[in-house]
Design a protein around this ligand. Structure first.
Ligand code: UD1
Ligand code: MG
Length: 457
């Protein structure tokens, strides 16, 4: 394929978002809008990428660079419309570029295959411009594609729309490929003689139609929707989510209510796993086969291995859970846990940076932080690792088959050997060897007979 240069329009003020941040820095499906657009562009392996920036230029361009690596930024200064933006952008494009893909930075769900189809159609024709259209059930806000016969002759913007064109459902997606010589010749001739007083890039369609046949390809609105308002963002999220959940179901993942979960497109889920209502799976999360995830569980950047059961309302971050383990309900795994196979982590257990070997049980109401727990150990209800002295953190190391009685505290740093038994209510202050009994002697006093004060005469 011939050289491909790309101009991304990313300078707009995002007025309709009513936000202090550029809309391109807001997220859809956990990734910034501009990042998503740049990823689709980068997959085409373009020879050069120019980002036209202005509002929050350094932040927006930083995101562009994160994806593309070698983009060039052109500062539009005061944004004066998409036509003005492309005029400025041309300054960054090589003279050798024959065709230039121009796309708005606010189309987060655009796919590279769709861009590729546009490029191919354009290259197969002798057109000066080709662009992507979409059929919109509710076209309000978009530029309408006006055709004569079957050929596009004009794009009329919403603000300038004549009533006779109000029923047109075919809209401009904001994605075009231009012959560079055409752009160079005609961009300067755009004017601001329109309702918004801006230089509309879309006015070039009329010009191109006079010279050659303008080509179009089409894409679903769900993919090329532009995000200008908060409502558009909500729409884009819903479209993306629908696509993600549908793909998982096609791969054999069950959902009780597919519309009532939230899953990022970075998450993988194995076959025969089942996801209940209100589950949130984010970031770099991998769920194995036959995993059951109960209602309201939130899992971020974690690995959940095969046959695990995550019971309702558990929160798991940056941790891994081994095969056949059961977590929750209401368990909280903060970052850095490595839970082995066949473990049991019950309700109201909080864990941070804990390594658990196979078969460990921590069934109820515990805080375990900075600890290593050997296989088949049992952590009684109410156990606390006292890992923090107000300044530094210390580790607790328990051997295999250690039994920690309920309501015990382990004052770190502390090491307890294999097969040691810690009696109920013990504060473990010093290391204990293998096969020991550790208790803090207490005496029981029984007063009898005794009556509570209110029963005394
Ligand atoms: C634009 C199109 C409209 C199309 C719609 C698709 C024009 C005149 N209209 O309208 O036909 O249906 O996209 O989503 O092009 N930008 C700049 N500099 C500027 C103005 C805008 O870089 O001076 C950037 C914005 O950051 C944005 C993109 O260009 O990423 C499009 O601008 P926006 O204001 O969103 O145009 P729309 O009103 O959506
Ligand atoms: Mg827009």
């Amino acid at each position: 394929m011939s050289e491909l240069s790309v101009i991304i329009l990313a300078a707009g003020k995002s007025t309709r978002m009513k936000s202090s941040r550029s809309k391109l820095l807001h997220e859809v499906g956990g990734k910034k809008v501009i990042t998503r657009v740049c990823r689709a562009v980068a997959a085409l392996e373009p020879t050069s990428v120019v980002a036209v920036c202005s509002f929050q230029a350094s932040e927006v361009f930083h995101e562009v660079q994160q994806v593309t690596g070698n983009a060039v930024m052109v500062d539009q200064g005061q944004p004066r419309g998409t036509g003005h933006a492309v005029l400025k952008g041309l300054e960054g494009v090589s003279e050798n570029a024959e065709n230039i893909l121009v796309l708005a930075g606010d189309i987060p769900l655009i796919k590279s295959e769709t861009l590729r189809a546009l490029i191919n159609k354009h290259l197969d024709s002798s057109s000066d411009v080709s662009f992507i259209t979409m059929m919109c059930a509710e076209p309000f806000g978009y530029g309408r594609v006006i055709r004569k016969g079957n050929v596009p002759v004009h794009i009329m913007e919403q603000a300038d729309l004549k009533t006779e064109f109000e029923n047109i459902k075919e809209c401009n997606s904001g994605i075009y490929i231009f012959r560079r010589t055409f752009l160079q010749k005609y961009l300067e001739s755009l004017n601001t003689d329109n309702a918004k007083g801006e230089f509309y890039l879309t006015d070039l369609i009329k010009k191109a139609a006079e010279i050659s046949v303008v080509q179009t390809t089409s894409a679903p609105e769900s993919e090329v929707t532009g995000v200008n308002t908060r409502a558009h963002f909500a729409y884009a999220e819903a479209q993306l989510l629908n696509e993600i959940v549908t793909a998982h179901m096609d791969n054999g993942v069950g959902f009780l209510f597919p519309d009532e979960v939230y899953i990022h497109d970075t998450v993988t889920i194995g076959q025969d796993s089942f996801i209940e209502k209100d589950v949130v799976l984010k970031g770099n999360t991998q769920i194995g086969n036959h995993v059951y995830i109960g209602q309201g569980a939130i899992i971020v950047d974690s690995v959940i291995n095969d046959n695990v059961e995550i019971k309702p309302y558990s929160v798991i971050e940056a941790s891994s859970v081994g095969m056949k383990s059961v977590v929750g309900p209401f368990a909280r795994l903060r970052p850095g846990n490595d839970v082995g196979t066949n473990c049991r982590i019950g309700n109201f257990v909080e864990m941070k940076k804990v390594t658990m070997d196979r078969g460990v049980k921590a069934g109820h109401l515990s805080y375990l932080g900075d600890a290593s727990i050997g296989e088949d150990s049992n952590i009684g209800a109410g156990t606390i690792t006292c890992n923090y002295d107000g300044k530094n953190k210390f580790r607790t190391t328990l051997g295999k088959r250690v039994f920690v009685g309920s309501d015990s505290q382990l004052i770190a740093p502390v090491t307890v050997g294999d097969d040691t038994y810690i009696g109920t209510g013990t504060t473990v202050m010093d290391d204990a060897e293998s096969s020991s009994l550790v208790i803090n002697p207490k005496t029981q006093k029984v007063v009898n007979p005794w009556k509570p004060p209110y029963l005394r005469t």
